[in-house]
Design a protein. Structure first.
Length: 500
């Protein structure tokens, strides 16, 4: 018997097939593009995502007839919704979180309800990244799409629906819409009335790990799956990764190092303080019943290395292909060994927490005639780490201290980068046997739902295994603390120039 976990990212999807002992039987990844029809617009095609999901499922189950899939669960990035009609057909591309649309609409909701009331209901300030403002924009500027929409589904919900599930949204993803009451665990009449959005257009809210259907026979035949596969509600990728990393007690946090980067600590009671609100730290239901998480995140991380690769790394890509190695491994290994001579502000797609400034821009400071490509690459790695250091510093101020980082995602495969991160942050950084904690998290949910595991705690003890811990270099940490003090001056200075 096998369990299948799927993770939907903004640039690609992953599938992991594992047996009931947590042994990985197969993994697959498929990329898809983002589109920008106009400046400030960032869209993703749900049909391209669905095609990629079908591809990775087919790849991981091929040749595994002796390990039939018992259950599937899905995690995904948040905020972006898929509009589908009554026949389940998509009505157009989806606006992702960095799309500039929805600013005016989010501001109108904020002006109508006020910060305190909004914080008390969805657990987060009214920001344009969330779904509600973008749905309002759609209703105002594309009313024909809004009227035809039967359901707005988050991406994990959409994939499960296409596989055969009922239209449902787990609490952790629902909380990324700004339309959900995190205490009552239901769509908020107050938020929806302020936005003038019909609650019938959303899926049923359910706890992550809830069975939501059985696979469609036609899809099962097409993908090589059994006819009785259980479909299980997953959740937002970050709390799923926290579960998959074993973050189920205070002091630990998972660091999802992918296209974006997100620190996710867990706690037992909702924290809705002014310090949390001032730094735009949301309070979100965990995929573990009765628990909550918060997110300290960036809009850019691995995407900056991708930008460098695509813009300046043609020769490096060719060399990587010739050597048969990953181009990002080569890029990081070629980075300057000593600290960089440049400081990089990594706001290349705007600033997330603690600023939430979507108009923010990046900067490379300290360029000279002697600056080499390896200086730039090392500066990029330092910059994305400084931004996470800023967030963990603010989290501690808000009452959420972090003692140890559990690193997952694509960049966690680089030992040299993880050693740099540990030294810069002054905290141990630990990797896991299964680096893709997001898919492991939904495998835990799927396995618990179908009875393979007696409880979430049992599944974590059985499946989550640590691999290697990188300890900080005290001397290097002291040096980087001085650089960090300089780094923290960059955003205010650049913002002053931009807004003058």
């Amino acid at each position: 018997m096998a369990l299948l976990g799927i993770d939907i990212g903004t640039s690609g999807c992953k599938a992991t097939l594992a047996d009931t002992d947590g042994r990985v039987l197969g993994q697959a990844y498929q990329e898809y593009p983002l589109f920008s029809a106009q400046p400030g617009w960032q869209e993703i095609d749900p049909e391209r995502v669905w095609l990629a999901v079908r591809t990775v499922i087919s790849q991981v189950v091929a040749g595994q007839q002796h390990n039939p899939v018992r259950a599937i669960s899905v995690s995904s990035f948040g905020e972006a919704v898929v509009a589908i009609d009554g026949g389940g057909q998509t009505l157009g591309p989806s606006m992702i979180y960095i799309d500039s649309r929805g600013r005016e609409e989010a501001a109108e909701i904020k002006a109508l309800l006020g910060d305190d009331q909004i914080l008390a209901i969805p657990g987060t300030p009214a920001e344009p990244m969330y779904s509600l403002g973008k749905i309002c924009w759609l209703k105002k500027h594309r009313p024909e799409i809004y009227e035809k929409t039967w359901k707005f589904l988050l991406f994990a919900d959409f994939i499960l629906y296409r596989l055969g599930a009922a239209p449902a949204t787990d609490y952790s993803l629902a909380a990324r819409t700004l339309a959900f009451d995190i205490r009552q665990k239901d769509w908020s009449d107050v938020m929806l009335a302020a936005a003038e959005i019909d609650r019938a257009k959303f899926g049923e809210p359910v706890q992550a790990g809830t069975p939501v259907g059985t696979i469609r026979p036609g899809i099962a035949l097409e993908l090589g799956l059994p006819m009785d596969v259980m479909l299980v509600a997953g959740g937002h990728d970050q709390p799923c990764a926290a579960l998959g990393a074993g973050v189920i007690r205070p002091g630990l946090a998972v660091d999802g190092m992918g296209t974006t980067e997100c620190i996710t600590p867990a706690f037992a009671e909702p924290i809705l303080s002014k310090a949390m609100a001032d730094n735009y730290f949301a309070c979100v239901p965990h995929v573990i019943a009765g628990h909550y998480v918060t997110y300290a995140f960036t809009f850019t991380s691995g995407s900056i290395l991708k930008w460098y690769r695509d813009s300046f790394g043609a020769a490096l890509r060719a060399e990587a292909d010739q050597l048969g190695v990953n181009v990002y491994d080569l890029l990081i290994d070629r980075a300057r060994s000593a600290p960089s001579s440049v400081l990089v502000l990594p706001h290349f797609a705007g600033a997330a927490t603690p600023y939430m400034d979507t108009a923010a821009t990046g900067a490379i400071v300290g360029l000279t005639i002697d600056t080499r490509p390896e200086d730039i690459v090392k500066g990029l790695l330092e910059g994305i780490t400084f931004e996470i250091m800023l967030n963990t510093e603010r989290l501690a101020t808000a009452g959420v201290p972090i003692r140890e980082i559990l690193a997952v995602g694509g960049l966690s495969r680089s030992a040299s980068y993880l050693q740099l991160k540990a030294s810069m942050m002054g905290k141990p950084v630990t990797t896991l046997e299964v680096a893709e904690a997001g898919t492991l998290g939904v495998i835990i949910l799927a396995g618990t739902a179908c009875g393979v595991f007696g409880s979430i705690d049992q599944a974590v003890r059985q499946l989550v295994r640590r691999r290697q811990t990188f300890q900080p270099d005290p001397a290097l940490h002291d040096f980087y603390q001085e650089r960090f003090a300089q780094y923290k001056k960059l955003y205010p200075a650049l913002r002053a120039i931009r807004t003058t």
